[in-house]
Design a protein. Structure first.
Length: 415
């Protein structure tokens, strides 16, 4: 979501005549787009920001802005703590980047924006084949560990015509894949609900792949599973964050489902969409998590056999429900549980990837591989990363023969 917010800010600046600088030293405007989901991201930003003090001293004309969730959370305090910052810009007010470009004087832009869902902002996208598309903003769920409802405000859905218009434009530019963005896409509602929106997007000529993040398990409906089974463009991959395998912890997290509810949905999904890849998010060391709770998560990973997980050590966020809970889990225990979950998942992922060896997979080419610039990289419909040899255009859909399965990727050659 933040990557796409950055694309929108760059799009607005481009429409004002600006272009991306080679380095921050050559820039007229520097914008930090910040994340406060965990403390580590926030600390990293604060130390980067400190480094720009001397740059501002040598070049007082450069405008420095802080956007995103840390900006929203710290607000005007940032301006007094770091006087070299000129603007503070919350995630609901991206369009005000225009004011920075137009030489407005220092201010903070943090108000609730009731018109957010009606805005159509240009985006400067770097990739040629796949694009992010916002379908809704904010979140109403208040999971007790999470800062998002406080920084991104209440849920607002974009009108379906506006979304479809943007996607038709992307198809005309040659994009083949879109990923729909929202904190809880399953509660999307405008003139249609989320399965209805998918039905409309599926009809857009030229868009061969549709993905979406993130789905909240409590709202993951049978109607959505039907839509995924029936609509040809919807990719065979779902990211469905479980967070914990313990019902006691899920309740404390205010997730509003039990492990059994979750598992029943996964089994139905696997029955209706054979071969679907499933990934998840897990938090290790939520307040009061016992060895028994943690073992429930271990059992869940073994039972569901995800294609991959994103696991995090619980990080208390100021002002959230969990931050004031008793029963902090010691840092070394959190770390130990996290590492064991990651190791367990690695062994599961490698087992799940092995059957791909010898098959031919449709891959959307993303460009040079990150691990080896001599090779290309892309993704299967099931969202597996494939590094491969042979010639292909960025943004093309091609067939790749899979020669080897690894833990975090597949390896192959153009078929
Ligand atoms: N909206 C999505 C959902 O409902 O699952 C995800 C939102 S969040 C940006 C992405 C992931 O970060 C969450 O699924 C959770 O696992 C993790 N996360 C959020 N807050 C956290 C915290 N305080 N400490 C550790 N991990 C956290
Ligand atoms: Fe955070 Fe929960 Fe909303 Fe996801 S659904 S953004 S985890 S509060």
């Amino acid at each position: 979501m933040n990557v796409h917010d950055s694309e929108k800010m760059a799009g607005i600046l481009a429409s004002e005549g600006y272009s991306p600088a080679e380095s921050h030293k050559d820039a007229d405007i520097i914008i930090f787009n910040t994340c406060s989901i965990r403390d580590k991201a926030e600390q990293k930003f604060l130390s980067e920001l400190g480094r720009l003090k001397s740059l501002k001293k040598n070049n007082p004309g450069v405008k420095i802005a802080v956007a995103g969730c840390v900006a929203q959370q710290m607000g005007a305090r940032l301006l007094s703590r770091a006087p070299h910052v000129d603007f503070v810009l919350g995630p609901q007010n991206l369009k005000l980047v225009r004011d920075i470009a137009n030489d407005a004087t220092g201010s903070s832009m943090l108000e609730d924006n009731p018109m957010l869902a009606e805005e159509e902002l240009p985006a400067l996208r770097k990739e040629k084949g796949r694009a992010w598309v916002s379908i809704m903003y904010g979140c109403n769920n208040f999971c007790t560990y999470c800062i998002v409802p406080y920084t991104r405000g209440r849920e607002k859905s974009r009108p379906s015509e506006s979304i479809v218009r943007e996607i038709e434009g992307l198809a005309a530019e040659g994009f083949k894949e879109v990923t729909l963005l929202g904190q809880n896409v399953n509660s999307y509602r405008s003139d249609v609900d989320f399965p209805g929106l998918l039905g409309k997007i599926d009809k857009v000529e030229g868009i061969e792949r549709v993905r979406f993040v993130t789905s909240h398990p409590k709202d993951f409906s049978a109607a959505l599973i039907e839509a995924m089974a029936e609509l040809p463009s919807i990719c065979e991959h779902i990211h469905l964050p479980l967070q914990s395998g313990s019902d006691r912890i899920l309740d404390l997290m205010n997730r509003r489902y039990t492990y059994d509810d979750y598992r029943a949905k996964v089994w139905l999904l696997r029955e209706k969409v054979p071969g679907i890849a499933i990934t998840t998010d897990i938090i290790a060391g939520f307040p009061t998590e016992t060895e028994e709770d943690y073992q429930a998560t271990v059992r869940a990973l073994k039972e569901i056999e995800y294609d991959g997980i994103f696991a995090f050590r619980y990080s208390p966020r100021p002002g959230t429900g969990a931050a004031s809970m008793e029963g902090d889990v010691p840092e070394d225990v959190k770390l130990d549980r996290l590492q064991k979950l990651l190791d367990l998942q690695d062994s599961i992922t490698i087992r799940k990837n092995a059957p791909f060896e010898g098959t031919v997979q449709e891959v959307l080419v993303e460009g040079a591989s990150e691990t080896d610039p001599m090779r290309l990289a892309g993704r299967t419909r099931t969202n597996k990363i494939v590094n491969f040899t042979g010639a292909a255009e960025e943004g093309a859909l091609i067939n790749v023969e899979i020669l080897k399965a690894h833990k975090h990727s597949l390896e192959g050659r153009v078929a």
